[in-house]
Structure formats: C-alpha cells, structure tokens
Design a protein around this ligand. Structure first.
Ligand code: ADP
Ligand code: MG
Length: 691
C-alpha cells in the first residue's frame, strides 16, 4: 500500500535521474506530483472535421493518408498529404523524422492527428502533429476528459510526467486519505480527491465542470485547493508565532522616567495613532513573551519616534537595543535622529556600518560589548560575527521588506534570551498580505499623519518640457523654498548612474545660474554626503540633484518641490516614498513626475494612480494588483509569491475563510497540521526557520 508522502521513486519507470530533475521543481513525493497542476489543457475529447475547425486552435481530427513526399535540402522535410471524409485537405509537415516513419505512412491508411491548425501556402497544415495510425491498430487518440499539459523541467517529457501523475492520481483515489478539510467547508465543495481529479482531467461533458471556470481558478475544485494552500501557508506562520510565544523574553517594566524626559523635550505632541502603537509595543515589551510586531505607517507618519520610545523601555531595564537600517544613508539618518533625541538624556549610542575603517570599528565594537552603548544603530554590519552585544534585549528593523527572514534571525540569535523585535515598514502592506505573508507578526498601524501635512499636488510631464520645470524651480526658490531633483536613470553600474546625474546637474547649473545646485550620489564619500545633506537641511543649498539615495528617511520641511526624472521606470511604492520627502512643511508642495514618451498602458496607469492619491495604502493596493505580490514583498517572501495554485491578489476574497480554517487546524493535533503543511510547502526553508 502506497502512502502519499512516499518518495516518487516508488513509481514505475522513475529512476534517480528523474527524481533529481523533479526535485529541482520541488517534487519529492506523490502528493507533490498531485499538486503539479496543469498549465493548460488539450481537448482530445472529440474529432473536429476540418471544415469546422478554426485556424490557430488545437484540434483532433481523423483523416486518410493520400501520399507522402520528402523534400530534399539542408533541412529535409517529410510531407504527408491527408484528407478527411468531406475531402478537406490537410498537410502534416515534419522536420525531424526517421526513414521508418515515412514507410509507415501508407496511402489509404486511417490516421488521427492532434495539433495546432495553421494556414500554409497550400492550405491547412499541422507541424509535427501527435498522430496515431488507426489502420495499424494503434491506440485511439480520443480521450474522455481534457488532457493536461504540465509545466516541465529539463529532461522530462510531457508523456512521462502525465503517466507518473496519473499513477499518483490512481493511488490517491484508492487510498483511505484522511480529509480534515472537508468538514470545515460547505458540503457542496468537492472533496480533496474529487478536486484533484477534476483539475487534472476536467470532463467538459459534465455540466459541473465548466472549463472557463476551471482555467480562471473560479471552479469549486480550484477554490477548494486554493483555500487549502493558503491555509497551509498561514498555519505554518501561525505555528511560528505560537512557538515564539512559548519562549522566554526579558520583561521590560514601564519605568517612564526617560520617556517623560523625552516627551517633554519634543516640540510636537504624538498623534493618537503614534500613542496607540506605542501602547501596543509597551505592553508587548512588559510581557515575558517575545514581541514580534510590525509597525506600519506611511512615509512621514512618524515611526522613528515610536521606535525611540520602545528603545528607552529596554534601556531603562538595563538592556541594549539595536536598530538596523537597509542603507548607509538611512542608518546615518537614524544615528542623527536618535542622537538629537537621546544625547540630551545622556544616552550613549554606537554606530556600525560597512564603510567604517578598522579603528572606528574596533572602538564601536568595544562600546557595544562593554554595554557602554545602550543603543546601537547600523546597517547589515550588525549581523556580523564579530559583533558581541553586552545585553541585547530589543531589535528594531527599519524597512523590514528589504531584509530577508534569515538576516533578521541572525541578529536575534545574538541575544541570550529571545529579544523583542519591532519591524517597521513605510511600504504599507495591504491587509490581504499581512494576513498571509505576515501572519506570524502582530501589527500596529500608524494611520494618521502628523497635523499640518498637506497632500502633495502631483503632475505628470513629458521629459521634453524641462524648460517649464526650470521656470517652476525658479518660482519655488524665489519664494524661499527648496527643490529635490531625482535622477532615476537605471544603469547597470553606480558609476554610470552617477555620470548621468552629473550631466543633469550640469544642465541645471547652466539653467539656474543664480541658485545653488548641488549633486549627491552614491559614489561620494560618506562624509561628503553627510555634509551635503546638512547644507540642504540648513537651507544653504537650493536644488539638490540626487540619485535615489534620498529615497528613504530624509527630512527637510522647507523643500516643497520634487522633480522625478524618468519616473515611469520606478515602482509605485518607490515613487510614493520619494514624493514623501516633500509636503512636510507649511507650504503647498508639488511633485512633478517627468516621463519619457511614449508611455505604455501599465506605466500610464501607475503615474495616474500617483496623480490621484496620496494615500500609501491605496497606492500599495493598486501596486499589488499591477505587479503581483512577489515584487512587493521581495524575494524573501517567495513562499507567498510562488504558491502552487493560490494567488494572493486574485484569491484575496477567500482569506477570511482561510483564516477560519487555519485557526481550526491550530486546534487539531500536530499530525494533522504537519500533514497539511508538508503537503503544500516544499523546499521553502524560510517557512521552517525558528524564531
Ligand atoms: P517615517 O514614519 O517616514 O519614518 P519619521 O519618523 O522620519 O517618519 O518622521 C517624519 C518627521 O515627522 C520627522 O521630522 C519627525 O520629527 C516628525 N514627526 C513625528 N511625529 C510627529 C508628530 N506627532 N507631530 C509632528 N511632527 C512629527
Ligand atoms: Mg523612517
């Protein structure tokens, strides 16, 4: 008796070589084979007379051989002239053939051909049709159900794969499989066995198996499996969450002394949304279970100060907090921001980045190890082995989607007890994604901007209208405000990118002789960059020409015009982030999205979304629809992006039901949970990572 979790090696005709090839696409056992669903179907369920057939479609037809002919030449061809009962003609053309094959095609014999109907110089043709010689007693090509066409891997033929999957399907139908899911779903839903049988071999003669529905994944058989797959995904994350809650973390009591000092020193009051998020975090930190909280908030919503308060709570309990940022510039910005807030309170900071020289590094490492530094800010450099913390209690990760799960974990492992984690993102994540991709995290949302922020007026302009933009810049600067000009030429190398920015810089300097126009790009030394940013902050620079280095974090309220060149090349989220650099002061701000005409529909749609919305969540939702989840979540969330049948965007409406099922599974034993997870989630190691 076969088990569905058995290795595929137990199938007839499947050797180590095939096993290796299939392993490459995540197929290790029988159930993985079962979930290898067709890409499309071929219809061999009926014969189509040629005169009823449509050119460009695949048909099965039965014909009589009239004659054959070989065309000589560099590329030899075998031509087989055929006619059906109505005397309609078809030419079957083969470029690869054996002599023996030619001999078998005898005048007067009945042949069945399946293939795409094309129109050639002399009428209807098929190239390399699949065929059977009926007169010679070969099997009929006619099928009862549609024929699946599977995605293939190198060195495996379609026919082989069909055969193996059919064996797996037969095994499934015979097995006494425990179907935990059916009891959770409505009675009309097909069972697991039925669903797979339908999707692999739809019977279009049955009124219940509408092929359009099947292809668009709207058929109950597809939905049944989609729910299962999404549920497996969620369940694996929820289990991680549960596992985390069994671990011990350090309890950080709310002492408030430092927090009150900080609060008193601020020249603004926290928004309600900031207070709410802070309360969530503070509560998590004072519990013995490790926090893993996602703090979402649009650009400029004020996440940093929330993180600062969280760090203070760790600090007041004698622990260190580490803040990790995805880029050097952003880490620098945090260093500056945190220093401004915390130096007056007598708190010592350490900084780590890849750009430091060995001596600076050694000094900082010593501060971290001795515990003298209470707060450590840095880039990926924080993960490195040489970094030893004195007592790490809280890890804050900014722009979390730019880091992989493993990077996050390696920092967490630097603490004795499981540290609390706060992950922050300015890319608002649509709810459908937080429910699935981030089901293991608790979330807080800052859904309100600090008072006084004005929506940025956004316009799209052809690159050729640069002179109008120059006029606008003059106007803005005459009023005492400042301008960002972002060059987005996507070049292979940082050097080329800098070069194109240098050209733009020259152009602007020439056309704006009375203004201070300064260039900043990734190739500059760190000190130079900081100096330029400081000058821009203080108003000494009128126009800052930048590559996308200013994407995240920069805060200069007096800047009220943002010009983005070649904006059609950037993603929506990135454009929204860039635009978020303006609209921070008292004046109405403008963002000019310059583009290279002509725009394709998708690019046009994206710029339109930005012109009409300033709401990061709305934009993210639209982005998700336009680009799919993989792009938005980044590669480290490949689990969600590479599902077997489900698609987060298309199937978002099923998520409530999925959530219900996932919770039900959490109540079942480990056996049922493991079976479900192993069935759907293969070789995606991040899913099994320990937090
Ligand atoms: P982001 O959420 O994009 O990281 P920041 O934390 O950088 O945003 O905050 C953007 C700016 O808003 C900073 O200059 C910060 O000082 C300011 N800010 C934060 N909270 C408030 C508030 N409640 N009222 C006014 N300004 C605030
Ligand atoms: Mg920020």
């Amino acid at each position: 008796m076969l088990n569905l979790a058995d290795s595929i090696i137990c199938l007839d005709g499947l050797g180590p070589k095939a096993q290796q090839n299939l392993g490459g696409i995540g197929i290790y056992n029988l159930q993985h084979l079962l979930f290898h669903l067709p890409l499309r179907y071929q219809n061999k369920t009926k014969f189509t007379p040629l005169k009823e057939a449509q050119v460009g479609t695949e048909i099965l037809t039965q014909l009589t051989i009239e004659r054959t002919e070989t065309l000589p030449g560099r590329q030899k061809q075998l031509l087989c002239f055929l006619a059906d009962d109505n005397n309609s003609k078809l030419l079957a053309r083969f470029f690869h053939f054996h002599q023996q094959q030619k001999q078998q095609l005898v005048r007067g014999d009945i042949i069945q051909c399946f293939g795409e109907l094309k129109i050639g110089r002399n009428g209807l043709e098929m190239l390399h049709p699949e065929y059977r010689l009926i007169s010679k007693g070969q099997d009929n090509l006619l099928e009862k159900t549609l024929t699946p066409v599977y995605p293939l891997t190198a060195n495996i033929r379609q026919k082989q794969l069909q055969k193996w999957i059919n064996i797996a399907l037969e095994t499934l139908q015979k097995s006494s499989l425990e179907d935990n899911f059916s009891s959770l779903l409505s009675a009309e839903m097909p069972t697991f066995k039925q669903a797979l049988a339908i999707l692999h071999h739809p019977n279009i003669k049955s009124i219940d198996e509408n092929i359009e529905q099947i292809i668009s994944c709207k058929h109950p058989a597809a939905q049944r499996l989609i729910i299962e797959e999404l549920c497996a995904q969620q369940l694996s994350l929820l289990r991680l969450k549960r596992l985390r809650k069994t671990k011990k973390a350090n309890v950080f009591q709310r002492k408030k002394k430092l927090a009150e000092q900080l609060l008193a020193s601020l020249n603004f009051t926290l928004t309600n949304a900031q207070n709410r998020s802070l309360e969530d975090i503070s509560q998590d930190l004072s519990s013995a279970q490790p926090m893993l909280r996602l703090l979402q908030g649009d650009v400029g919503s004020g996440k940093t100060i929330v993180a600062v308060f969280a760090c203070l709570q760790a600090l007041e309990n004698g622990f260190q907090a580490a803040i990790m940022a995805p880029t050097e510039i952003l880490a620098q910005q945090h260093l500056q921001g945190f220093s401004n807030y915390l130096n007056p309170l007598g708190i010592r900071l350490a900084f780590l980045s890849g750009a430091q020289n060995p001596q600076q590094r050694t000094e900082q490492l010593a501060l971290i190890k001795s515990g003298e530094a209470g707060i450590i800010i840095g880039t990926h450099a924080l993960f490195q082995e040489a970094v030893n913390f004195h007592k790490l209690g809280l890890v804050v990760i900014d722009e979390q989607h730019k880091f992989g799960v493993h990077q996050r974990l390696s920092l967490v492992q630097k603490a004795q007890n499981t540290p609390h984690q706060l992950v922050m993102t300015a890319t608002p994540i649509p709810r459908s994604l937080t429910m699935s991709a981030y089901a293991d995290l608790d979330t807080s949302v800052i859904d309100e901007l600090p008072p006084g922020r004005k929506p940025v007026k956004t316009i799209a302009l052809n690159n050729q209208r640069k002179s109008e933009v120059i006029d606008k810049i003059k106007q803005v600067c005459a009023a005492g405000n400042q301008v960002y000009w972002v060059c987005t030429l996507i070049e292979e190398s940082e050097i080329l990118r800098a070069e194109s920015a240098i050209n733009t810089h020259k152009y602007l300097q020439e056309n704006l002789p009375n203004l201070s126009v300064i260039l900043i790009h990734g190739k500059l030394e760190r000190d130079e960059k900081s100096e330029i940013m400081a000058k821009f902050s203080s108003g000494e620079i009128d126009v800052l020409v930048a590559t996308t280095v200013i994407e995240v974090g920069v805060n200069v309220p007096n800047a009220s015009l943002m010009v983005i060149e070649n904006s059609e090349r950037l993603g929506l989220a990135q454009l929204h982030q860039l635009r978020g650099r303006v609209g921070r002061g008292a004046d109405i701000s403008v963002c000019i999205l310059m583009y290279q005409a002509p725009l394709n529909d998708n690019a046009m749609a994206r710029l339109d979304i930005l012109r009409h919305s300033n709401d990061g969540f709305e934009i993210a939702n639209k982005d998700l629809q336009l680009r799919g989840p993989g792009e938005i979540l980044g590669t480290q969330q490949a689990g969600i992006a590479n599902m077997k049948i489900a698609n987060i965007v298309r199937d978002a409406w099923l998520l409530e039901q999925v959530h219900f099922c996932a919770r039900a599974f959490l109540q079942m034993g480990d056996g049922a949970q493991n079976a479900l997870i192993n069935r759907w989630i293969t070789n995606d190691k991040t899913q099994y990572g320990d937090t």
